[in-house]
Design a protein around this ligand. Structure first.
Ligand code: ITT
Length: 194
């Protein structure tokens, strides 16, 4: 059994990851949360760098291997923003949605493409990178929020073909196709094999 620390302070991420782990049931891995407050400065220039900063800090605190993800919403009409600044785009979930809708108010339906990207980094106890995995899902930004599930930008993120937002999906549905699932699944496979 390997113990791996999860470097996050976001309870929604944790809930999703725990649900996926229960689904994939990797018997040889046990994930534990970092003790105490976890808030390293995410001053990297890429999703890879920020996920590494969080994983390295978690490994340092816990003295065991650690995994962290850095996620962002990249909107084509906004040249990829908010991107790596997705957490700092606005102070809370409601104002993030309002600001994004305001910035997108003149963007026509056919130009509202966006994607979620999630990069996960696994580090050794000494902070050395062991493995990195990225997952992405493409969609488009709606003109009003929809759905009560999920978190962050989910209520504005429509999945093509399904005509529903990520927040219209239950946790289990989101976990079948999300950016986070597309990074976590191969990451777990890698850990299990190595
Ligand atoms: P940690 O760094 O402690 O893990 P965080 O919330 O700061 O938590 P990120 O920097 O990875 O996490 O995420 C940036 C923001 O992107 C986050 O605050 C949410 O608003 C949004 N976000 C992340 N994952 C999301 C998801 O699955 N669905 C919708 N929005 C998401």
């Amino acid at each position: 059994m390997i113990k791996i620390a999860l470097g996050t302070s976001n309870p929604h991420k944790l809930e999703e990851i725990n649900d996926m782990l229960a689904e994939f049931h990797p018997e040889s891995i046990e994930f534990v949360l970092v003790n105490g407050d976890f808030n390293p400065e995410e001053n990297g220039k890429t999703f890879e760098e920020n996920s590494f900063i969080k994983a390295k800090e978690a490994a340092k605190i816990m003295g065991i291997p650690a995994l962290a993800d850095d996620t962002g919403l990249c909107v084509e009409a906004l040249d990829g923003r908010p991107g790596i600044h997705s957490a700092r785009y606005a102070p809370d979930q409601k104002s993030k949605i309002e600001k994004l809708l305001e910035e997108m108010k003149d963007v026509p339906e056919e130009k509202r493409q966006a994607y979620f990207i999630c990069t996960m980094t696994l580090v050794a106890p000494d902070g050395q990178i062991l493995h990195t995995q990225t997952g992405r899902i493409d969609g488009y930004i709606g003109t009003s929020p929809s759905g009560e599930h999920g978190f962050g930008y989910d209520p504005l993120f429509f999945i093509p073909g399904l005509n529903k937002t990520m927040a219209d999906m239950t946790l289990k549905e989101k976990n079948t196709l999300s950016h986070r699932a597309r990074a976590l699944k191969p990451m777990i496979e890698w850990i299990t094999k190595n």
